[in-house]
Design a protein around this ligand. Structure first.
Ligand code: FAD
Length: 443
């Protein structure tokens, strides 16, 4: 059987490895337009302040390793420009030689990820000194650029923008964030977002809101950024305003997509065209609580969806059950975790809910160095089924978010949360974990 994988990172190579494991007759070709396979983009911000020494350290396996160890025909610099479902082929070109190719498949997976969105029209980016942040080459370019830069302006306030604000400040740069809305990260309620704003200010980041980008100005190199509010001098700019699925090349193929370009997949990760699968940042993500397809591009989901796609492609029927919307990030000394729905989503979906905001310690109060944990929990008004949790603090956010995510995944109620047998010792916890304390207070 001929398997073709488009995209050589998280989703694509997870699929390729499952096919390799489960079909001993498989002939697997992977087509990657770049020159890196299977790497952790999530680690790249930490290259900028030297916490991770080299950008290449985030590579999990190289194309040569996949080839030598697993016999996967990994091709680099191979950009796919079209999928032809009738002929069961994909076509494209070699980015170095410009030679074209056409390759036949029996089963195909599209795992092309997502690309940074641009705020302005293409011609606004003709100046040097404007960067996007996603790949290893982009990280290396930015590393070079910050050597000579004093002031860095970040456009955007999402989690990547926050990670960049931290690492560039740690690298000794003067960082300004220009944010279009009134708060950072859209998955937080405003009172919780305000805690991040305070942390940014305390660490010296100039964070400005209601800043609608108008233009980048300068001669050959950007020297200022103009918004609807003011003009700001800068040495370089990084635009980090979110991503869009990299699926333009399939728009004439008949494959169904959401409005934003995410390829619609079923629970087997198959598209509306049999034998064509999709996974990761280029595909839809079924949300268990919402009961609908959403778009929430994250590495953890890309790996899981890639695995499920690969199994199904190798004729092992497995289903992707969906996500509950869990994410965690670090911004200087703060840890921020979220799972489930936020208030705005609950209102939009007309789900009747109760909400409580609560502050407690991350571990037993009598044990040294206790840190505050701020929690906001939602549950269904009628049956008390859990709906969402936000947690912010300096320590112990991950434990609470992941326990709650597990409970959400299994559609637990407040009472079931109280009954959970969670680990306890004073350096880690109180006898009642913070999420159980919060649940217990409702009875
Ligand atoms: C700075 C940063 C930090 C992040 N931090 C986190 C985190 O902490 N936690 C988390 O869960 N997620 C994080 N993410 C998101 C995570 O990296 C992505 O969700 C994940 O990489 C998606 O995997 P993917 O395989 O779907 O897509 P990608 O990793 O984007 O891979 C797609 C591949 O397809 C290739 N490709 C695209 N088009 C074509 C084409 N036409 N022909 C051939 N090849 C093509 C691309 O070159 C790319 O290599 C972060 C992302 C970034 C950029």
């Amino acid at each position: 059987m001929n398997y073709v994988v488009i995209g050589g990172d998280a989703a694509g190579m997870s699929a390729a490895m499952e096919i390799y494991r489960h079909d001993s007759e498989a002939h697997i070709i992977t087509l990657e337009k770049g020159f890196h396979y299977s790497y952790g983009q999530c680690g790249l911000p930490y290259v900028l302040d030297g916490r991770i020494e080299n950008a290449e350290d985030v590579v999990h396996k190289t194309a040569a390793q996949f080839k030598d160890k697993y016999g996967i025909d990994t091709r680099e610099g191979h950009c796919v420009t079209a999928v032809h479902p009738k002929e069961k082929t994909v076509s494209g070109f070699d980015v170095q030689t410009k030679e074209t190719f056409e390759i036949a498949y029996d089963r195909l997976i599209i795992a092309t990820g997502a690309s940074p969105k641009k705020v302005l029209k293409d011609e606004a980016y003709n100046l040097d000194g404007i960067y996007f942040f996603k790949t290893i080459p982009q990280t290396k370019q930015l590393q070079q650029a910050i050597n000579d830069a004093e002031v860095v302006t970040i456009i955007g306030g999402g989690y990547i923008a926050l990670e960049l604000a931290e690492t560039l400040t740690m690298a000794g740069k003067k960082v300004r964030m220009l944010i279009r809305s009134q708060q950072v990260v859209s998955f937080l309620e405003s009172d919780f977002a305000e805690m991040i704003h305070e942390e940014l200010r305390q660490k010296g980041v100039d964070v400005l809101f209601n800043e609608q980008l108008v233009s980048y100005d300068g001669n050959d190199h950007v020297s200022s950024v103009t918004t609807t509010t003011a003009t700001y001098d800068t040495d370089i700019v990084i635009e980090a305003v979110g991503v869009k699925p990299s699926t333009d090349f399939v728009k004439d193929s008949g494959i169904h997509m959401l409005k934003n370009g995410a390829i619609v997949v079923d629970s087997h990760m198959e598209t509306n065209i049999p034998s064509i699968y999709a996974a990761g940042d280029c595909a839809t993500h079924y949300h268990i609580i919402k009961g609908q397809n959403t778009y929430l591009p994250l590495g953890t989901t890309a790996n899981k969806q890639g695995r499920i796609a690969g199994l199904n492609m190798a004729s092992i029927p497995e289903q992707f059950k969906g996500i509950v919307g869990s994410a965690i990030l670090k911004c200087f000394d703060l840890e921020i975790g979220t799972t489930g729905l936020i208030e705005k989503e609950l209102k939009d979906l007309n789900i009747p809910y109760e909400v409580v905001t609560f502050e407690t310690g991350n571990h037993a109060g009598y044990y040294p160095n206790v840190e505050k944990l701020h929690l906001k929990m939602y549950w269904h008004k009628d049956d008390q089924q859990l709906l969402g949790l936000r947690v912010i603090g300096k320590k112990g956010v991950d434990k609470r978010i992941d326990v709650f995510a597990t409970a959400l995944y299994h559609a637990s109620t407040l009472r079931q949360l109280i009954d959970l047998d969670l680990s306890y010792a004073p350096p880690f916890n109180s006898v009642w974990d913070p999420i159980q304390q919060l649940a217990k207070r409702q009875f």
